[in-house]
Design a protein around this ligand. Structure first.
Ligand code: MTE
Length: 329
């Protein structure tokens, strides 16, 4: 268990989630920000960008038909939109849960492209409008379990990542997908801090990526994604800890070797490549047996049992047959 808890949320503090050396590097950086070395320029630039962002498609409707994919619609009560859009992890905008909602107005989501490269027969750069039209939008209501011990239930809008993969025709050498997300120091105030080695890179095995539950999401709660939730396009991997669900994706590389992800680079002994939700394999510093559902339990009340593969074992368990899940955490 963590030795210190965030006083407001009852979750492990950023200093616990983030390896100490990186966290201390971040504190030095924040000090410079506070003492104005970086601060004054940042403030005027932020105001300018906020004005520029006005008039983009914020809050526009984006609806999808109820998904017919097995397991894609949980009947559990959804987390309120207010909670799901104000309690976030998006370290490019800060490490406190309220930072992304406060800071991500600077993210420019148009124009936006996603480059597909590497081991594919048809590499291509997709514009965001092309991606939006690539397949029929579906609504998926997924549980989201963060490695920190909290969870939500969120109605996403998007389509299976497999739809995009089919378009680019992976070669026989494509064993993994590597997701690169935007790392723009001009619009993302924490890119440049030492919290992580930017850009935020995530990865999946190709059979995981092809699973129909793997979602490329463009919206939530019937609207386009708010910036703090990873606009304009993100992954949602419901059976894996939330950090596998990369936000604001700009590039997908098909590769032969297992990608070096940002969290594995930061602390391989704590955050593995697979990161499947598993109540039997604890984080080295806290238990993963139970979780706190945001908006439901008391602040310190981690009373809900965590489910194997976050409750998606019937759908995805066979992907991991024969794999030692305590070694491949
Ligand atoms: N993607 C990027 N680019 N940067 C991040 O810091 N945080 C991850 C994931 N994707 C993160 C990211 C973590 S730890 C979680 S739990 C989820 O996003 C949170 O998604 P949400 O804020 O929409 O609930």
């Amino acid at each position: 268990m963590p030795s210190t808890l965030d006083r407001v949320s009852g979750q492990p503090a950023p200093s616990e989630i983030t390896p100490r050396a990186l966290y201390e590097g971040r504190r030095g950086w924040m000090k410079r920000l506070a003492t104005g070395v970086l601060g004054s320029g940042l403030a005027t630039w932020a105001a300018r960008e906020a004005l520029a962002a006005e008039g983009s498609a914020k809050g526009a409707a984006l609806v999808g038909a109820k998904s017919a994919v097995a397991g894609a619609v949980t009947m559990e009560k959804s987390t309120s939109r207010a909670d799901a859009t104000s309690y976030n992890n998006f370290y490019e905008f800060g490490t406190d849960k309220a930072d992304p909602a406060r800071n991500a107005h600077t993210l420019k989501t148009r124009p936006w492209t996603v480059a597909i490269e590497g081991e594919v027969k048809k590499p291509k750069i997709f514009g965001i409008d092309e991606l939006l039209k690539l397949s029929a939008m579906e609504e998926r209501i997924y549980r989201l379990r963060c490695v920190e011990g909290w969870s939500m239930v969120i109605p996403w809008v998007g389509y299976s990542l497999a739809e995009l993969i089919k378009q680019v025709e992976p070669t026989g050498n494509a064993k993994y997908l590597e997701f690169h997300t935007l790392a723009d120091p001009k619009t993302m105030p924490f890119v440049g801090s030492r919290v992580l080695d930017w850009p935020y890179v995530e990865g999946l095995r190709i059979d995981e990526a092809m699973h129909p539950l793997s979602l490329l999401a463009f919206g939530m709660y019937g609207e386009v994604l708010p910036n703090q939730n990873g606009a304009p396009v993100r992954l949602v991997m419901p059976w894996k800890y939330g950090f596998k669900s990369a936000k604001s994706i700009v590039k997908i590389r098909f590769v032969e070797q297992q990608p070096k992800t940002a969290w594995v680079k930061a602390a391989a002994q704590e955050y593995g490549f697979y990161s499947n939700v598993n109540p039997k394999v604890d984080h080295p510093r806290w238990s993963q047996a139970t979780e706190r559902r945001i908006g439901e339990d008391g602040v310190f009340n981690k009373k809900r049992p965590t489910l194997m593969f976050n409750g998606y074992e019937a759908q995805v368990g066979s992907l991991y047959a024969g794999l030692d899940l305590s070694k491949n955490y």
